[in-house]
Design a protein around this ligand. Structure first.
Ligand SMILES: Nc1ncnc2c1ncn2[C@@H]1O[C@H](COP(=O)(O)OP(=O)(O)OP(=O)(O)O)[C@@H](O)[C@H]1O
Length: 303
């Protein structure tokens, strides 16, 4: 295939890497940054997550989709140390991450944003950013005890925060309370704040939820730019337009398990995926398969 001059290098790299990966649950990737095995999380009698094997390709944008209650957020929580599994192991950049606390997970280069934004609303935008640097790679306790080193690091952190605020066009809001930002601006702040730790992988939980159309393109552009910067992105999203637009690879969960994997086009046409969305309707009414296919295709409202 001839290189297309219009395809950004990050996209071309991700496509080439995934070209020969079979469209099957648990498929091996040529350069996996995250590998998880037999991860199980039960809540009483309910098995919310039961992932046999999953690999996330480095430098690519992977979407994690599935109907409501499929276990996506629980799986995110497990991977990032915010919840503990009943069973299972996973490695990130080759080192085991099971049982590691969230701030240490971030320090190892894997950060996440939340479905409900946690930007501290009574702090200014710049202070939210500075707080995002907590647990920065290479930060040491001893450094904190030496004022000169501490001061130098403070300045470095502020400079980095200002750089990111400019990149995310939030510099004009620097001194505003985070609580005064719009939903979309908060999502941008979440993303900017996640980048304070200079991560290798960013995990975004529903980045488009609550974002008004005016900011949609800008958010999509920022996610794509993470890939161009060599980062890996894993995101949970119900907005299928976004999934189709930015994903190199899609992993589908249904009832806690990985039920399909592949490029956006193949996955959205997969009968197992359509069945999973059908099966997620527990209201007892009959469903027209065409309507469900349209729902998987067109994205569903999730407010
Ligand atoms: N803390 C908890 N206690 C009990 N059950 C829980 C808990 N957290 C999640 N669950 C259940 O686990 C299942 C998976 O939930 P989860 O939120 O991970 O799904 P999801 O795919 O992220 O759904 P959505 O798309 O609606 O956010 C659901 O049945 C949910 O009710």
């Amino acid at each position: 295939m001839a290189a297309d001059a219009n395809v950004p290098p990050g996209v071309a790299r991700a496509r080439a890497a995934l070209k020969d990966v079979p469209h099957q649950p648990g498929a091996k990737k040529p350069d996996a940054i995250l590998v998880a095995d037999k991860v199980v999380r039960r809540f009483g009698g309910l098995t919310a997550v039961n992932v046999g094997h999953i690999e996330i390709q480095r430098g690519a944008i992977t979407a994690l989709i599935g109907p409501n209650g499929a276990g996506k957020t629980t799986f995110f929580n497990l991977l990032t140390g915010f919840d503990k599994p009943n069973e299972g192991d996973w490695t990130f950049n080759g080192s085991p991450l099971g049982g590691v606390a969230p701030h240490k997970v971030a320090r190892k280069g894997m950060v996440r944003t939340f479905q409900l934004t946690k930007a501290l609303s009574r702090l200014s935008v710049i202070d939210n950013m500075r707080l995002g640097a907590t647990g920065q790679k290479g930060e040491s306790f001893w450094q904190g005890l030496v004022p000169a080193l501490w001061k130098a690091q403070e300045q470095e952190i502020t400079a980095r925060a200002d750089e990111l605020l400019a990149r995310f066009k939030l510099d004009a809001k620097r001194e505003d309370f985070a609580g005064s930002l719009s939903g979309g601006q908060r999502k941008l702040l979440e993303m900017a704040r996640a980048l304070m730790v200079q991560p290798d992988m960013v995990m975004l939980d529903e980045p488009m939820a609550g974002v008004n159309p005016a900011l949609t393109q800008s958010l999509l552009g920022h996610v794509k730019s993470l890939r161009e910067d060599g980062m890996t992105v894993l995101f949970v999203e119900h907005d299928m337009d976004m999934v189709r637009d930015i994903s190199d690879w899609v992993i589908v969960m249904g009832q806690g398990e990985v039920i399909a994997e592949g490029t956006p086009d193949t996955v959205m046409a997969d009968p197992r995926v359509i069945d999973a969305y059908l099966g997620a309707h527990h209201d007892g009414t009959a469903h027209d398969p065409d309507e469900v296919a349209a729902e998987v295709e067109g994205g569903k409202s999730h407010e």
